[in-house]
Design a protein around this ligand. Sequence first.
Ligand code: FAD
Length: 468
Amino acid sequence: MSRPVLVWFRNDLRVADHPALSAAAAAGAVVAVHIEATDPQLRVRGAASRWWLHHSLRAHAARLAGLGIRFEALSGPTAETLFGAAERHGATAIFWNRRYGPAERELDAGVKAEARARGLEARSCVGDALAEPFDMQTGSGGPYQVYTPFWKALRVRDMALPLPAPGPQGEALPAPEVDADYSEPHWAAQLRPHWRIGEMGAAEALERFLAGPVSAYKDGRDIPAEPATSRLSPHLAFGELSPRQIWHRARQVAAAHPEKEAAIDKFLSEVGWREFNINQLYHRENIATVPMQPKYRDFPWRTPGPELGRWQKGLTGFPIVDAGMRELWQTGYMHNRVRMLVGSLLAKNLLIDWRLGEEWFWDTLCDADPANNPGNWQWVAGCGLDASPYFRIFNPVIQGEKFDADGHYVRKFLPELAKLPNDWLHKPFEAPDDVLRKAGVTLGETYPRPLVDLKTSRARALEMAAGL
Ligand SMILES: Cc1cc2nc3c(=O)[nH]c(=O)nc-3n(C[C@H](O)[C@H](O)[C@H](O)COP(=O)(O)OP(=O)(O)OC[C@H]3O[C@@H](n4cnc5c(N)ncnc54)[C@H](O)[C@@H]3O)c2cc1C
């Protein structure tokens, strides 16, 4: 009988294009484990992510059972739990795909050393990146600081072809229960209808997107009311599909449909931003807490009062911002353009520390990602690499009028404003009394007055940043 090899799944809950799983299938009899790690140095998962993880693990368990692979979803301190599982299964080897956060890397290196000390083979395989961050160096050496040259270098690389899912490893098994405690957030019920969680759902979302919406991606991706983006982000965050699968499938579709090529290039360049953020995660100090530009380290953020809670609840008085914050709460997702607007209001107009916004997103986004969330928050706040410059302060009224001109997005998430005419929808605080009355809006009662004056807060932010 071949030797048992333990595959340690992390945020890579799929069977296709899974280098560690394929290597294990070639090396022995596969058994598999996922550990929800409780090691203190790891960031605790947010509530929406826990909810997603629970359902993703169930889908994954069923998929592995179909391949005849025994799988356990465990939680506890990594080393103890992992080596305990290896011992129970009599495994002589542990395989996993690499991850790129500093704390995770250190932990994995420790596991590797301990495994070898215990006489086990430990093998780490390529992780969920188009190019591993240690392979991406500028001409003069060192990591990229600017996106455009990074993307130019990345897009011409030979991307590894995705690996097929391994064939059956034995008789199909009944799917195991996933009964570890991934307690659901109290708002979970409303998230469910928006997603099909798991590897099959991810593949379906990619196909659906490439078959239709991608054609409108170039212009449509900035219109929050339009279903013009892929909504692949939570699937990517949990590794239900890999960036290599996206890359090659999208290229295949572009080759077969040259009219889609420009849109697909644009789409892949956004996937490139994910890679850029992975590089920052890998090469920098903890990006969730340490500003990448040193001059921001002592920035005098204001101590937040009730504004933070109003921002979180979508009660700022700026409709596009409030619609975004409600979309986040109701669906576990927020459109990218709106993420930029809510971030700019918080970090620039309100001068509230971007880390508090990052934390709220971390808790409520299904796609909360250790590279993309802090990387983008730092970009919005102006303290990241290749960041939005400090003088770019989005005006939520102008942005709303531009990107939600028909008001479909705001009306969907702010029914209390639904009857306001488009001319006033994005600035109810300037609407004449009779317009408000007719629309059933009473400022300060049915909808809040603005949390901050846009003009003076903009001037204050510019002054503060110019003084750095
Ligand atoms: C303040 C802020 C916080 C964010 N937090 C996260 C996060 O926690 N997790 C996350 O995945 N994305 C985050 N983003 C990036 C972006 O908003 C989402 O990736 C995107 O909205 C996901 O929708 P989609 O899959 O339909 O994107 P599409 O437009 O279809 O793009 C395809 C994929 O490309 C990647 N991508 C697209 N835009 C970006 C971007 N700006 N930065 C990095 N990767 C990108 C994502 O993996 C995305 O799934 C954040 C953006 C901002 C401004």
